[in-house]
Design a protein around this ligand. Structure first.
Ligand SMILES: Cc1cc2nc3c(=O)[nH]c(=O)nc-3n(C[C@H](O)[C@H](O)[C@H](O)COP(=O)(O)OP(=O)(O)OC[C@H]3O[C@@H](n4cnc5c(N)ncnc54)[C@H](O)[C@@H]3O)c2cc1C
Length: 376
């Protein structure tokens, strides 16, 4: 018997929609409550690394993702002038027919996930959240923000870094740590010189480009900062161009020429967070960024959210009491998620400390990617 026949997923982001798809593939009924009244997915790209593609393959989503993304097998490391000095070869974990890694526009990934969820009969309620969760026996009575009520065998909070489900269930807002870093991103036409992710190490900051379709790429820049203050919205492009002042070379010259619109520049100070086990109380659990928020240094935050979803759906389908499944789930996931969060934070710390040789960054990245390639 299934451990849960009826599940509420709170949050229709990457974790929530992947979980909904994975649960439906196991024949479990799923409702998704998404707080935004309409989809509003940030128009930048994201990397899906080998282990992430492997998880997507297990729920038949790799082909539609690969079809709308840009695949590659290596990451190039260069200095601030664009001179390549190292490269990381990435293994094809999904077999010779699939790239080692892809970059994909977030809206394109969202389209793949929402279409699959709808095709499988998931009910997605926009503009709705769970306001109250009452656990009684083996059920969770949910009161929604529109006043309606419903009963579920399990409720999974996939509502991101500022998770309300986490706060409802665990009380105090969880301690998050400010990393002292911010990421800038901007989308632009792909330069013909950009066939894979490229990173440029400058004296104070790290910049990079990532092609997420044949036509487009995104630029990113990681900057040490002392406070998480907001910046003036009308000057975002100028501030990013200032940060790029340390860099030269064809690729970043191309990028610079396309940073003209402040509305197309995204800037965000970065927090990191890891919820200590348990990740559940009774029949309510959290996964994805709600349980572990990481910086993009390993391009794997969404990856571990997707893996959480695939593994949890599989375990719920295997059956047994829901709280026991949640307990075994966190036992299976915690070390891997901690590896990602702690290594990403460590890589950020290393970027701030210019006395650490760049080679040490690569060694840490290489050894971590090797560990993450192991089966989950
Ligand atoms: C700058 C940056 C770059 C990144 N690059 C990468 C990358 O290249 N590769 C990678 O793997 N990861 C990357 N990540 C990490 C990745 O974006 C996150 O790990 C991923 O989005 C987590 O997915 P999630 O579904 O858990 O949370 P979210 O994506 O935050 O989704 C949460 C969803 O829940 C909804 N929601 C929120 N509150 C409620 C509520 N109360 N009720 C109902 N719904 C609610 C939100 O509207 C949203 O739809 C990056 C992150 C950052 C900040």
């Amino acid at each position: 018997m299934a451990g849960a026949r009826r599940v509420l997923v709170v949050g229709g982001g990457i974790a929530g929609l992947t979980l909904a798809v994975a649960l439906r593939r196991h024949g479990i009924d799923v409702d998704v409550a998404e707080i935004q009244p309409r989809w509003n997915v940030l128009g930048v790209g994201i990397s899906l690394t080998g282990p992430t593609l492997r998880a997507l393959k297990s729920i038949d989503l790799i082909d539609p993702c690969v079809a709308v993304s840009f695949g590659f097998d290596r990451i190039i490391f260069a200095d601030a002038t664009g001179r390549e000095f190292d490269a990381l070869r990435l293994p094809r974990l999904c077999g010779p027919d699939y790239p080692a890694t892809v970059a994909i526009g977030r809206p394109a990934l969202h389209d793949v996930l929402i279409r699959a969820a709808e095709r499988l009969g998931v009910a997605v309620w926009l503009g709705t959240t769970a306001s109250k969760l009452d656990q009684a026996g083996d059920a969770v009575e949910v009161t929604f923000s529109n006043g309606s009520r419903n009963s579920y065998d399990a409720v999974i909070g996939c509502d991101g870094a500022h998770s309300r489900v986490r706060n409802l269930v665990f009380g105090d807002p969880a301690a998050r740590s400010f990393t002292g870093l911010a990421v800038w991103r901007a989308t632009m036409p792909r330069s013909p010189d950009v066939e894979c992710m490229q990173m440029f190490y400058g004296p104070h900051t790290k910049a990079g480009v990532n092609p997420h379709s044949r036509d487009e790429m995104f630029l990113f820049l990681v900057q040490p900062i002392s406070s998480g203050d907001r910046l003036p919205p009308d000057r975002m492009h100028l501030l990013l161009l200032e940060q790029l002042g340390d860099f030269s070379g064809r690729v970043l010259e191309h990028a610079r020429a396309h940073i003209t619109d402040p509305a197309k520049v995204d800037y965000r100070p970065m927090d990191a967070f890891l919820l200590p086990p348990p990740w559940h109380r009774g029949h309510v659990a959290v996964i994805g960024d709600a349980a572990h928020t990481t910086t993009p240094h390993l391009a794997t935050g969404a990856g571990i959210a997707i893996e959480d979803a695939v593994v949890l759906a599989e375990m719920l389908a295997d059956g047994g009491p829901v709280p026991n499944i949640f307990e075994r789930f966190v036992e299976r996931r915690f070390a891997r998620c901690r590896l990602v969060v702690e290594t990403a934070v460590r890589l950020g710390e290393m970027e701030k400390d210019t006395s650490i040789p760049i080679q040490a960054h690569f060694d840490l990245m290489r050894s971590t990617f090797r560990k993450l390639a192991e089966p989950i």
